[in-house]
Design a binder for this molecule. Structure first.
Ligand code: SF4
Length: 270
């Protein structure tokens, strides 16, 4: 961030916006507080700065890093910091010329490091691009219902996309864009270290598993991504009323298969 010369009026609103965007990127990477540096202007004892969102760690021990899931020995804190660094790298990425010129901001992830379950989607849409978080639009509301109906809390699962930038007009990501972002995704999953992945939609499933099969052909069994079981199901956007809401039943069947694999109870549908 460039500091203006002394005679330049300070644009406090702009600085505030930049800091909020930066904090949001850190928050999405799992960083929920920052130490305050010692300042000669300090008049009171320094306290950590806490982001205005509650810490999202699981309180049942599930946030402990599965350090053995990827052969990585990093602690949770090291993973958080590495993810924050990766999120900052993503925020500055210009590999896809069109996407980086049309995005409002990159969308890295939402959820705690070391979450047992990761939901993987395609790419940010308009709402996600505006808010800097994945799955906050109409499809996100439906994903929230799927998560809750399956007995999870949204704050306990890790949510991210194949692509970190919104394709204009919500078009399908191009093959070269997915390839450009692949290394970010691989490092992100390595550091987030989920024990299970739900790949939602053909783009996410095809990219993660390097498969050209349709969702219909991939669902109903578990696949493998670097030792992590992957379940494929339909993208929540596909289940919206104007598309194929009748597929919700199949998604619920998929979630029941996942819950059984995870050894979790299957909640009774309301
Ligand atoms: S989609 Fe990924 S690779 Fe492409 S510009 Fe955005 S962050 Fe970079």
């Amino acid at each position: 961030m460039q500091v203006p010369p002394d005679d330049t009026p300070l644009d406090v609103d702009r600085l505030r916006r930049q800091l909020l965007v930066h904090a949001r990127h850190l928050r999405s990477a799992g960083i929920d507080w920052l130490p305050v540096a010692t300042s000669p202007f300090a008049v009171a004892p320094m306290q950590p700065v806490t982001f205005p969102v509650a810490a999202s760690e699981s309180d049942d021990g599930r946030e402990i890093a599965s350090a053995d899931s990827n052969g990585d020995e990093l602690s949770i804190e090291q993973r958080r910091l590495a993810l924050a660094t990766l999120a900052a790298e993503v925020a500055a990425c210009t590999r896809c010329a069109e996407l980086c010129s049309t995005r409002t901001q990159t969308v890295f992830a939402d959820g705690p490091v070391g979450a047992e379950l990761c939901f993987l989607g395609e790419a940010p849409g308009a709402d996600e691009d505006a808010q800097g978080l994945p799955f906050v639009g109409a499809a996100g509301q439906l994903l929230n219902k799927i998560i809750a109906a399956s007995g999870f809390r949204r704050e306990d699962v890790y949510i991210c996309n194949i692509l970190k930038c919104r394709p204009p007009g919500n078009r399908t990501p191009l093959a070269n864009e997915a390839a450009n972002c692949r290394a970010f995704l691989e490092r992100q999953l390595e550091l987030a270290a989920p024990k299970y992945i739900v790949a939602m939609g053909s783009c996410a499933a095809g990219n993660l598993l390097q498969s050209t099969l349709s969702v219909g052909k991939l669902r109903g069994r578990f696949h493998d991504y670097k030792g992590i079981p992957v379940m494929v199901t339909y993208h929540p956007a596909y289940l919206l009323p104007h598309r194929s809401p009748e597929k919700k039943r199949e998604v619920w069947d998929d979630m029941k298969m996942l819950l059984t694999k995870m050894g979790r109870p299957i909640p009774q549908k309301a």
